[in-house]
Design a protein around this ligand. Structure first.
Ligand code: HEM
Length: 221
């Protein structure tokens, strides 16, 4: 999808962050696994496998998030309505049954991704990179995935795809504008901003690796 960005060097941090990572976004958006998900052709078991991988990544994001709730850099991003673990637990219970927890396992790529997120407990600005990549992605492309998944698997409201339901946030465009303003007022110096951009690129690569693992698991069946 087009970004609407121009060739001029963007002045705002949120714009620089997007411009410096959009190439990797395209790679994530156009991955074979994502394509099938959006096209509604992904078998339900493979969708379930994705939800399971989300569980491990969001457990890391939200454990660290709780630790950083009072941090001056990361704290303002820790908006409780964003937290996804309750929805992931509901979705997994619906998809896999009450003993879902014993039926899921992190892939190698997910394990590495979760470890990378957990390491940012010591680096709050780095945590913001991971927070942005996942939650703003869920509020953006995630909304297309939500429609595709509900149509493909015949889910009703919240059934099996409540992960993508951000009704508690209100208007998503307004929320994204507020979030961009938070990025633009991130209290860090220019060199640290560059490290945050590099960590966001790493976060995208982790997500692409998770899709690759899921894709390999599909072709192994
Ligand atoms: C933004 C689509 C997958 C992370 C966007 C936007 C669109 C989009 C249209 C622009 C929204 C806006 O400007 O308000 C898609 C589609 C995907 C997909 C169709 C395929 C399923 C992903 C994935 C990730 C991701 C897998 C990360 C893991 C993001 C982020 C933004 C974004 C962080 C915000 C960019 C910014 O404005 O700063 N996506 N996306 N997206 N997406 Fe995706």
């Amino acid at each position: 999808m087009s970004t609407g960005t121009t060739d001029a060097e963007p002045a705002l941090f949120s714009e620089r962050l997007k411009a410096a990572t959009w190439g990797l976004h395209e790679a994530a958006e156009n991955h074979g696994f994502t394509d099938s998900l959006l096209a509604g052709t992904l078998p339900r078991e493979d969708y379930t496998a994705l939800v399971a991988q989300h569980y491990f990544a969001y457990a890391a994001l939200e454990d660290v998030g709780r630790e950083l709730a009072d941090d001056p850099v990361a704290g303002p991003f820790l908006i409780p309505e964003l937290f996804r673990l309750p929805a992931l637990r509901r979705d997994l219970a619906l998809l896999l049954g009450p003993n879902w927890h014993s039926r899921i396992e992190a892939t190698r790529a997910t394990g590495e991704y979760a470890a990378r997120i957990r390491a940012t407990a010591q680096w709050p600005a780095g945590y913001v990179a991971h927070h942005y990549t996942r939650y703003i992605g869920d509020l953006s492309g995630g909304q297309f995935i939500r429609k595709a998944v509900r149509a493909a698997y015949g889910f009703g409201d919240g059934d099996g795809a409540s992960f993508y339901d951000f009704a508690a946030i209100g208007s998503l465009p307004k929320f994204k504008n507020r979030y961009r303003a938070l990025l633009d007022s991130l209290p860090v110096e220019a060199a640290e901003q560059e490290r945050v951009i590099a960590e966001t690129r790493a976060a995208y690569r982790c997500n692409i690796e998770v899709f690759a693992d899921l894709g390999r698991a599909r072709s192994a069946v």
